[in-house]
Write a protein that binds this ligand. Sequence first.
Ligand code: NAD
Length: 355
Amino acid sequence: MTFSADFTYESRPVRVVLRSGAAVTATPGEAEHLGLRRLLVVCGSRGEAVARAVADALGDACAGLHAEARMHVPVEDADRAVAVARATGADGVVAVGGGSSIGLGKAIALRTGLPLIAVPSTYSGSEMTPVWGLTEGGVKRTGRDPKVQPRSVVYDPELTVSLPVPLTVTSGINALAHAVEALYAPDTSPLIALMAQDGVRAMGEALPLLAARPDDLDARGRALYGAWLCGACLGATTMGLHHKLCHVLGGTFGLPHADTHTVVLPYALAYNAPAVPGALTVLGRALDADDPARALWDLAGRLGAPRSLAELGLKETDLAEAAVQVAGQPYANPRPVTAEGVREVLQAAYEGRRP
Ligand code: NAD
């Protein structure tokens, strides 16, 4: 990418620990570092065993365990979790799990101002952003607030060994999507380009290793390192067409988050490609490929991930409505977003043909 001496970059204070076993061994120290003495641990029902181990490690500093995180943070779940945090007298929150658990932790932080520690178990990247999301009456609202940005992030490769290969792959490609769109965001910068390049390279190298050997702890660590950098790209920039498409497909049509990112990314990148030669150079270097959109499509297929919106259950008759919703809202994108252009991207993603 050619150097642009014209940018603004804000760095937010966050401590990052990446170490095998860190969920249990490092979380108490992170709480202490932040001066926290009564932490509410939140997680989803599937992650309860790990969250309990974290709660046990906190010992007297654990105010309780709330295992009710669900996808997309329904507002009534947030209400209940806030009530539990207040009733237990918590002075901080530890979210253990994927984007859904971290989302519930953020919802508590948003309402109460309590500091949040994140212990991620997927590659979604939410732990590195000040973005929150809440769903009410079937509509997901999102916003940015520095209060919800986790103060400490504890990455533990051991926590991700149980992540099934299909979710490992799609969650990893979800992370790649953050770096891809950060490279052509209106608020990108040379530092973002560095983080995106190394994040994409790390994740791109780790995923094939993990598809072959899901318990490879070195590769798990490398994937988490990639997720960290890609998540930091997401937190520092404004996303474009790809994230808007996925938001509409997930929010209005109920498609699964990481799978949808995986299917859409090659097509959104192919659409923007003519307008973003610098981003393509960085991605080409990181993926060791001449055509990054095709390389991403090939990677997904090689690792057995879904490649079409049809496979994810979208109906062809939904494409027109999705296109109207995506094209109807103004947002930053390097190439003008037309209804016809969006419709073409969606049709190609629906069919799953090589971009
Ligand atoms: P998720 O948290 O819903 O997890 C997906 C599934 O994987 C769940 O069933 C969960 O129980 C299971 N799981 C998680 N970790 C596991 C592990 N280590 N082993 C076995 N199973 C495990 O999904 P996600 O993809 O992590 O996050 C998606 C959500 O996060 C969406 O709601 C999305 O909007 C949000 N998100 C928010 C941001 C942000 O910046 N606010 C960024 C990315 C994603």
